[in-house]
Design a protein around this ligand. Structure first.
Ligand code: 6PG
Length: 257
């Protein structure tokens, strides 16, 4: 039985970014203490940039030893790694480069591949090889970061996508209603095995869909992709800013971040 989500609400975007960085550091320390290394999957879109800027800021940059961290991606667009739309490109420019992360620490989804299905299979094999330990027959990622789209999608799991029902694969190819159309994405098989799933959501534009996911009124809302994120044994944390939490009937349900 999945545990209820932990809802944390930051008062503004600055506090939100600092809370996100603090959370990544503390969850990273927990993973390294427990297993000697930290496996994190980065989310896509624009929201993570504020987290990356915080992690590489003078306040945070020297407070965590990244040498034991391996980076994965929750999803990627089918574009080259230097394309402005690439989730890897954003992380490389604003996180990996400023932190001097070695390329050996980063597992990039091959968005440039002309055969996305083959790229998905290859990434799944890499993920299984890198993140499967004696503790489990399937890979366990310590922290999966996720964003939230206004249509209730997360990673590149869009409403109506066959990947929502994929019980076999850990990485799938999906079609997005937004450009770029073709995506590679972790499925719930990879996401819901994580030790911690952290939704990073900010801005008033997300307030309606946040309410639909965290306080659903209809079966349609309960079936939205982000509503189906339910870590089997792990923690589910939502880090919202006050704007994104504005339509929650009882924002005090969240602890202040
Ligand atoms: C992507 C993301 C996607 C994103 C949401 C929110 O590749 O676009 O994985 O799920 O997290 O669409 O995007 P924003 O952060 O840009 O609002």
């Amino acid at each position: 039985m999945a545990r209820p989500p932990e809802i944390r609400i930051a008062q503004d975007s600055r506090a939100w970014a600092a809370a996100a960085a603090e959370l990544v550091h503390s969850l990273g320390r927990e993973a390294i203490r427990a297993n000697g290394r930290f496996f994190i999957a980065l989310s896509g879109g624009a929201t993570p940039e504020a987290l990356y800027r915080a992690l590489t800021s003078p306040v945070f940059a020297d407070r965590f030893d990244w040498s034991r961290t391996t980076f994965f991606f929750s999803d990627e667009r089918a574009v080259p790694p230097d394309d402005a739309r690439s989730n890897y490109a954003l992380a490389n420019r604003t996180l990996f480069t400023p932190l001097n992360i070695s390329p050996a620490q980063v597992y990039r989804m091959a968005g440039e591949s002309h055969d996305p299905q083959a790229a998905a299979k290859e990434y799944e094999q890499q993920l299984r090889r890198a993140a499967t330990t004696s503790r489990s027959t399937s890979p366990i990622i310590d922290l999966v970061l996720l964003g939230l789209g206004e249509d209730g999608h997360t990673a590149s799991l869009f409403p109506g996508s066959p990947a929502l029902r994929d019980q076999q694969s850990l990485i799938a190819v999906t079609q997005s209603p937004k450009d770029p159309p073709t995506r590679l994405t972790m499925t719930f098989g990879a996401i819901n095995r994580a030790t911690v799933v952290l939704f990073l959501v900010a801005g008033s534009g997300k307030a309606g869909v946040v309410r639909g996911i965290l306080d659903p009124k209809t079966d349609a809302e309960r079936q939205l992709p982000a509503s189906l994120v339910a870590p089997e044994k792990g923690r589910l944390i939502w880090l919202l800013d006050r704007a994104a939490a504005a339509e929650l009937s009882n924002p005090s349900t969240g602890t202040s971040a």
